[in-house]
Design a protein. Structure first.
Length: 351
């Protein structure tokens, strides 16, 4: 029986007492072959669907370990800055552990689904009229002053927990050797975590290869690609609307060591891929999660040769988190009378 990723990968995630693990049985998410996209672009593309985690994003992987460690260390409260998913996950694991949870969020740029999660799990929510980078600055100052456990990806246990996604990908691929791991980059914690995971799996001889790490950003918040701080990051992909990635240096190392790259794409391409993924592959993700695929395809269209490459794209968050994005961009047909004849006329039954 699956009892969460600490239980499964205990060897790589030591705890003092296995009875005190704080888990919602996160992890063990599906790796789905992208049939339509693979055929169309002549690649072997798989989707690591992290939206299947208990709070709907990969953040649960880091949070189970960070909160387990907070409990081990007798912490009474946890705190984070968030573009949404970290707060949803912190609030859920905080509730499970019986810890007070405080979240500081950019008021205007957070998907409603994520906000409602933090609310219902019972976190203390402080929206600020500013962006994520400022929220994190404030949280860092507060944790220096008070005995609160920071659960942003500055917390090394977050990265430790998140590295298990690399183990799962390798386990799920079996004998197939992964060429490229592609993922969206915001604070650059996840790309750091995947690289650590692949290296540990390689060192412990669970795999005999290492994939290249490809990190993708939105043009308006491409702090890694442009190698600078973006003062006013802008993108429809709110989860990666970050101008000052806290794990910048580690992420650079991951990309350099693995001979990978950073690349950015437009909001328009993100929006197009959002629709393609749902309508051609049946996989509904939040906008930020489309960047690795939109990015891979943008590279191919720019002459990059990725023919027959085995690529895993990490789909970081569930589409249900940001329903507004769909409802604001696509038209819902107006309601009609429940009349059989009328409806028969409306539907094209001959196709
Ligand atoms: C947090 C998050 C990211 C960015 O991950 P980093 O570790 O900050 O680079 C990407 N997509 C989604 C959906 C997220 O919640």
């Amino acid at each position: 029986m699956w009892r969460g990723l600490i239980d499964k990968y205990l060897k790589y995630l030591p705890v003092k007492n296995i009875n005190n693990i704080v888990s919602l049985y996160e992890g063990n998410t599906p790796l789905i072959k992208a049939n339509w996209l693979s055929k169309r672009y002549n690649i072997e593309l798989y989707l690591k669907f992290e939206g299947a985690n208990p709070t709907g994003s990969f953040k649960d992987r880091g949070m189970t370990y960070a909160v387990t460690k907070a409990v081990e260390n007798k912490s009474k409260a946890i705190i984070c800055a968030s573009t949404g998913n970290t707060s949803a996950s912190a609030a859920a694991f905080g509730a499970r552990a019986g810890l007070k949870t405080i979240v500081i969020l950019p008021e205007a740029k957070i998907a409603k689904g994520k906000l409602s999660q933090a609310m219902i799990y019972g976190a203390e929510i402080i929206p600020i009229k500013d962006n994520f980078d400022r929220a994190l600055e404030i949280v860092r100052k507060l944790t220096e002053k008070y005995s609160l456990t920071l659960v942003n990806s500055l917390n090394p246990f977050r990265i430790e927990g998140q590295k298990t996604a690399a183990f799962e990908v390798a386990d799920q691929l079996g004998k197939k050797k992964l060429d490229i791991l592609a993922l969206p980059v915001g604070n650059a914690g996840n790309i750091t975590a995947y690289w650590k995971g692949f290296k540990e799996y390689n060192e412990t001889e669970m795999i005999d290869y290492l994939p290249k790490m490809y990190g993708f950003q939105a043009d308006g918040s491409a702090a890694m690609v442009q190698n600078k701080v973006i003062k006013k990051p802008e993108t429809i992909a709110t989860a990666i609307r970050i101008g000052k990635p806290v794990n910048r240096d580690k992420a650079k190392i991951a990309v350099n060591e693995s001979k990978g790259l950073f690349h950015s794409i437009s909001d328009q391409k993100i929006k197009e891929m959002h629709k393609i993924l749902a309508s051609k592959e049946g996989v509904f993700v939040e906008p930020a999660s489309t960047t690795p695929i939109a990015g891979i395809i943008n590279l191919i269209e720019n002459g990059y040769n990725l023919k027959h490459k085995k690529i895993v794209a990490v789909l970081t968050g569930n589409g249900l988190k940001d329903q507004e994005f769909v409802l604001n961009n696509y038209d819902l047909p107006v309601g009609v009378k429940g009349n059989l004849k009328h409806i028969e006329n409306l539907i094209n039954l001959m196709d």
